[in-house]
Design a protein around this ligand. Structure first.
Ligand SMILES: Nc1ncnc2c1ncn2[C@@H]1O[C@H](COP(=O)(O)OP(=O)(O)OP(=O)(O)O)[C@@H](O)[C@H]1O
Length: 361
């Protein structure tokens, strides 16, 4: 812990306490999660080691990065990237208060879809590494200060699927658990798609998709797929997106690659990738952007910058759409277009707006 100076405690989880710390070397802010190993069983210990190993493998601008870990006085310290904007849960709660006071309504649908697409991109990265999150929920989605970038966090109960197509341990948080996990059936990456559907519903309605007085009541609603009715403010396309994610039969649920070519998602995907293409992927040493990042992010992308970035996470068909994107770029989002039937696949003029990602943290 010599390397870090504690600033303040930012939260507690099932396993440990999270401290905001300052790196004494360069004054950068990091989170140090301290986990007491004193009375930890061998099983718990293995759990944490697997968390650390998972974090090591995951380096992505939309995923909280692992920096370091060490042990100190019966404690395991995991050093990770700091997300200044807090959790998506807090943002939803704040918006709910605003709504209840009748000062403002729900998040605009395009904001919801932008967040949704970011989560999708992060999940794509994880799923491509055969890692299923299993605990996706607004509490585990952190944000940058300006709330423009989401970052998936908490791989505490994630598990590498390895060569098996389904893992069979039942773990999770009730409201976002998929039916197959509730029923102790084997599960795979599709369980994250269910949780994503729950998060999408919550972003749209500012309330959870499945709620109940107690655990059995919640589980019953989930396994029966008894979703709350969706609001009038939600477009038909987005309603059907929620419904398809919340199919109780996991085989009928889309996977990430299906959604990455969905006309609802594609415009957001292009815009996000344009901006993320200019964000540096975190390295194991430093999680901060270079000094020139902000200025680079304030420039408009050109056709050449659109083509220059690697779209490794996008399926070939999606890449095809991207490479055929016309040079006249006018609108990054299609929210008005969606309601007027505008289809990004046929839309001839696409504009990517000045980036909103002008601050990484
Ligand atoms: N990288 C981070 N940046 C900023 N805040 C964080 C970060 N990681 C955790 N926090 C804060 O600390 C709190 C506790 O996080 P932690 O991961 O220990 O547990 P949890 O996800 O809330 O619960 P559980 O351990 O049961 O999964 C979070 O709710 C969040 O507010």
């Amino acid at each position: 812990m010599d390397k870090y100076e504690k600033v303040r405690c930012v939260g507690r989880g099932a396993f440990g306490v999270c401290w905001l710390c300052r790196d004494k070397n360069d004054a950068s802010k990091v989170i140090v999660k301290l986990i007491n190993t004193h009375e930890m069983s061998e099983k718990d210990d293995k759990y944490i080691q697997s968390e650390v190993n998972l974090l090591k493998k995951v380096q992505h601008p939309l995923i909280i990065g692992y920096i370091d870990y060490f042990t100190i006085e019966n404690q395991l310290a995991i050093v990770m990237q700091y997300a200044e904007g807090g959790t998506l849960e807090r943002l939803i709660n704040e918006q709910r208060v605003i709504k209840d006071n009748n000062m403002k309504e729900h998040f605009p649908e395009k904001t919801v879809l932008e967040y949704f697409t970011q989560i999708l991109i992060a999940l794509d990265h994880m799923h491509s590494k055969h890692i299923v999150h299993r605990d996706l929920k607004p509490q585990n989605i952190l944000m940058n200060r300006r709330k423009t970038i989401l970052k998936l966090s908490d791989f505490g109960i994630s598990k590498e699927l390895g060569t098996k197509s389904a893992a069979s341990t039942v773990i999770g948080t009730p409201n976002y658990l998929s039916p197959e996990i509730c029923e102790s059936r084997p599960y795979n990456q599709k369980c994250d798609m269910w949780s994503l559907g729950c998060v999408l519903f919550e972003l749209l309605h500012l309330e959870r998709a499945f709620e109940g007085e107690n655990l059995p009541a919640i589980v019953m609603k989930i396994t029966q797929g008894k979703l709350k009715p969706m609001g009038e403010h939600v477009s038909n396309e987005v309603k059907s997106l929620v419904n398809t994610l919340l199919k109780t039969n996991e085989k009928s649920r889309p996977d990430v690659s299906d959604l990455l070519v969905d006309p609802i998602v594609l415009p957001y995907l292009i815009s996000i990738h344009c901006d993320l293409g200019r964000l540096e992927a975190p390295t194991t040493d430093k999680r901060k952007p270079s000094a020139s990042l902000s200025s680079r992010l304030r420039t408009y992308p050109t056709q050449s910058t659109l083509r220059a970035h690697s779209y490794s996470s996008i399926t070939p068909s999606a890449t095809q759409h991207l490479t055929t994107t016309p040079s006249s770029i006018e609108s990054g989002f299609f929210s008005p277009g969606r309601s007027t039937g505008l289809n990004p696949r046929t839309q001839s003029r696409i504009q990517v707006p000045q980036t909103k990602y002008d601050q990484y943290h």
